[in-house]
Design a protein around this ligand. Structure first.
Ligand SMILES: [Zn+2]
Length: 212
């Protein structure tokens, strides 16, 4: 039985919290995580004009975008344009980001939305730490490389686990890069580790002198 509503059959075991959730409550919880991240990190305003970027053929991007559009119904004044990029490389490569930024500038849009999940954000950041290259995302935003003036790159799915996103849409998750595999494996073995890594990176970035 679902531990949230106590009415429907549970279909998902959220190991890091011990909850067992039905499909509706899982989806509702993900909506809540997106709304909370948008508010907490001030990612979108009610009248934002955004360019939403989806990697073609990357299922989790498509699911993430569906989730965002469901949440966006609460903000009917947000104007969304879409850009599909052919790039199945995961984690994100900077070339893809550069294309998105150029396209946003060309269309006169100040905000780029990437549907990156928590695992992908951590995988990107681990890669950035490992080789001091690529992209660093913190608190739902691109931090490095500095986006060009007037452009903001935001991750409304920053607190959503791709694993849960797939479960909510009854899809399989695909593992497609060594770094992402590592993050998934750690989450399997130590439930909650993805969020722990995300928060540790935030704390390191805040430490005196800026460790990251
Ligand atoms: Zn329920």
């Amino acid at each position: 039985m679902c531990t949230a509503c106590g009415r429907r059959q549970a279909v998902y075991h959220r190991k890091y919290s011990g909850e067992r959730l039905c499909l509706q409550c899982l989806l509702e919880s993900l909506h809540h995580k997106v709304r909370r991240a948008i508010a907490r990190y001030q990612l979108l305003t009610p009248e934002s004009n955004v360019l939403a970027v989806v990697r073609s053929g990357v299922t989790v991007d498509e699911l993430g975008m569906s989730l965002l559009l469901e949440v966006e119904r609460d903000f009917p004044k947000v104007k969304i344009s879409f850009l599909t990029i052919v790039d199945d490389e995961r984690p994100v490569n900077c070339l893809y980001l550069k294309t998105a930024l150029l396209e946003a500038t060309r269309r006169g849009i100040g905000k780029v939305v990437l549907p990156l999940t928590a695992e992908e954000t951590v995988a990107n950041n681990l890669l950035w730490i490992s080789r001091r290259g690529g992209c660093l995302f913190l608190r739902g935003r691109l931090l490095y490389p500095d986006p060009p003036d007037g452009l903001d790159v935001v991750l409304p799915l920053y607190d959503v686990l791709g694993w849960e996103l797939a479960a909510a849409f009854q899809q399989e998750t695909t593992r497609s890069s060594p770094m992402l595999d590592l993050v998934f494996s750690l989450e399997d073995e130590f439930p909650g580790s993805t969020y722990n890594m995300l928060r540790s990176m935030e704390r390191l970035a805040d430490a005196r002198g800026g460790i990251l």
